[in-house]
Design a protein around this ligand. Structure first.
Ligand code: DGT
Ligand code: CA
Ligand code: CA
Length: 581
């Protein structure tokens, strides 16, 4: 059985073609055509297969004849000759190499052609032997930076947890694959349901009329690479990408206890069991059982489990052991922020710097997402690699934003910038221009290897700046690539709280920064938060949901998250910063 190519897979293939063409040195125009097509397919909301059948595929924005025909071939045959051909030319491992900092397509091509380097291991070898430094366009400094990037990546990926976003499509595919079983009910439990930023494995809970048929079907799904264990009511498999998937088939009358148990966390379960014992019952995945006597209580729904213990149902994101049960008993669990509470996106890029789309496209995307404002925050001049804006271009962009706001009133566009916090803590945007901007995000992208003390000082200086409103992705971590900077976070957060400087929860699923535990600490200190998608294309605005999960896991209510405020109130708050210093 050949695997059905869903929209996401087609988009991935087109994107890979774009990357390969870029490495081959093809024109920006051609490369971007593939990326744009991938982007538009992601935002489609319709199954490609039906669009191929009725020919409407060619009406999708940005999909011309050549790419439309390739998509048709992919969807109808499950293969694409062109893709296979250039995959022969460009080794797939080179695409991985693009993820190393300082390795853009030109450099990847250079090491491949000049040194025959095809993998990250070979790149490391070339850097260590000094060969890399000798290559034109590299030199000792860049070679050392690349080596440091490789080492950082190894360290960060040695913990073999997978970012939530990467397992999301797999979970969806399993759910879809089992959806036609008679009497099916399916839920993904574990860290996935608790929306942790990374997961170790996926835990599927299923009830169905025929349990053995469910196990059979699960084990023979096309995305299953290997069956590790198969019983009559459970199974463990390796899914594509070596991610483990565990399946449990549950009797409907015991669904509640099982879902509760397999959602975890372990700490939360231990605490619940202790509470049950105090009431004279032992709690297991199957039921409550009286410690004395033979009474057994089944729970068909998770609410029943909590109710039996005298608790309200607890959101999965709050089940990390931290005082959740204590607060639930007191009735003081927080009313945490919800995706629907967001009114705007505070961090958005466009092709004015390194984004892929126009301001208008981002406006449309925000409208689709139900937002009423966005802040356009392209990079500032120092970040030249990302096409950062100098004063003149920033002014030109502001003019364009004025025009867009005049021409439509659905989504108010704020003028912003993601400004560099330079190594000494100064901001790289001219003072006189700052006054014309609605919002300034301060960010560290350069000199990230300073000591903890230096980073702390640098942040404190930025936080004390009268016009720096938000601190972007404070740790700078990139999952699987680098661990991020250390600072004395208590001190930094205290100063942010004192000055009303907002801390970002960057919602890019490889960042999620602040991470949940630091956001929780910042909450203790009294800080405010913004959730920014850091979108570089329209579909990235969906990332906001991941940011909300982090906020929920940090127990943030909507009063703490400025995206939920009335816009007028927020703008006043930003303008008023000098008075809080
Ligand atoms: P992960 O997979 O490492 O991201 O984290 P979880 O939380 O998904 O953990 P996992 O897959 O080992 O187990 C799923 C849930 O099953 C877990 O959250 C709680 C429950 N569980 C598993 N093992 C134990 C255990 O030894 N004791 C208790 N109380 N619960 C357990
Ligand atoms: Ca798990
Ligand atoms: Ca598991």
């Amino acid at each position: 059985m050949s695997e059905k190519l869903n929209n996401e897979r087609v988009a991935e293939i087109l994107e890979e073609i774009g990357d390969m063409l870029e490495i081959l040195g093809e024109s920006v125009f051609k490369v971007n055509a593939y990326r744009r097509a991938a982007e538009n397919i992601r935002g489609l909301g319709r199954d490609l297969e039906s669009m191929v059948q009725d020919g409407t595929i060619f009406t999708i924005d940005g999909i011309g004849k050549a790419i439309g025909e390739k998509i048709t071939e992919l969807v109808t045959t499950g293969r694409l000759e062109y893709y296979e051909k250039i995959s022969q030319e460009v080794p797939h491992s080179l695409l991985e190499m693009l993820k190393i900092p300082d390795m853009g397509p030109k450099r990847v091509k250079a090491v491949w052609k000049a040194l025959g380097v095809q993998t990250i291991e070979e790149l490391e070898e070339a850097a260590r032997s000094g060969k890399l430094a000798g290559l034109p366009g590299f030199g000792p400094k860049i070679s050392a930076k690349i080596l440091a990037g490789i080492e950082e990546r190894k360290r960060a990926s040695s913990v073999d947890r997978i970012p939530l976003i990467e397992v999301w499509p797999l979970a969806e595919m399993v759910k879809e694959g089992l959806s036609d079983l008679p009497g099916i009910r399916i839920e993904v439990g574990g860290s996935f349901r608790r929306r942790k930023d990374t997961v170790g494995d996926l835990d599927f809970l299923v009830s169905a009329d025929d349990p053995e048929a469910a196990v059979e079907k699960f084990c023979s799904l096309p995305i299953v690479e290997k069956v590790l264990l198969k019983g009559s009511k459970k199974a463990s498999v390796l899914l594509r990408g070596s991610l483990q998937g565990d399946l449990r088939v549950i009797e409907p009358s015991r669904w509640g206890t099982a879902l509760q148990y397999f959602t975890g966390s372990k700490e939360h379960n231990v605490q619940l069991r202790e509470l049950a014992l105090k009431k004279g019952f032992s709690l297991s995945e199957y039921s409550f059982k009286a410690v004395e006597g033979s009474e057994e209580i089944l729970c068909a729904e998770e609410e029943d489990v909590y109710r039996f213990l005298g608790l309200p149902w607890i959101l999965p994101e709050l089940r990390e052991g931290r005082k959740a049960i204590e607060e639930a008993l007191k009735g003081t669990l927080p009313d945490v922020v919800d995706v629907e509470d967001l009114k705007g996106d505070s961090h958005v890029h466009t092709f004015w710097s390194d984004g892929m789309s126009s301001i208008e496209d981002m406006v449309l995307s925000a409208h689709r997402k139900g937002l009423s404002w966005i802040a356009i925050t392209d990079h500032s001049a120092t970040l030249a690699v990302a096409g950062g804006l100098d004063a003149d271009r920033l002014k030109a962009q502001m003019k364009e934003i004025d025009d867009i706001n005049q021409n439509q009133s659905k989504v108010r566009v704020l003028k912003g910038v993601e400004a560099e916090i330079l190594a000494d803590g100064t901001i790289d945007v001219p003072e006189d221009l700052m006054g014309e901007l609605d919002v300034i995000i301060g960010a560290i992208h350069l000199s990230m290897r300073q000591t903890e003390e230096e980073i702390t000082k640098r942040y404190l200086k930025a936080i004390r700046h009268p016009r720096v409103h938000i601190i972007a992705h404070p740790t700078g971590r990139l999952m699987g690539q680098r661990q991020g900077m250390n600072a004395n976070w208590e001190v930094v957060f205290e100063e942010a709280a004192r000055t009303g400087t907002i801390l970002e929860i960057n919602a890019n699923p490889y960042r999620l920064d602040l991470p949940d535990y630091l956001a929780a600490l910042a909450k203790e200190k009294g800080c405010l938060f913004s959730i920014g998608s850091d979108a570089h294309r329209p579909s990235h605005m969906e990332f906001l949901d991941f940011g909300v999960s982090v906020a929920r896991r940090a127990w943030l209510g909507k009063e703490r998250v400025v995206n939920c405020w009335k816009l007028d109130h927020l703008l006043e708050w930003l303008k008023d910063k000098p008075n809080r210093l």
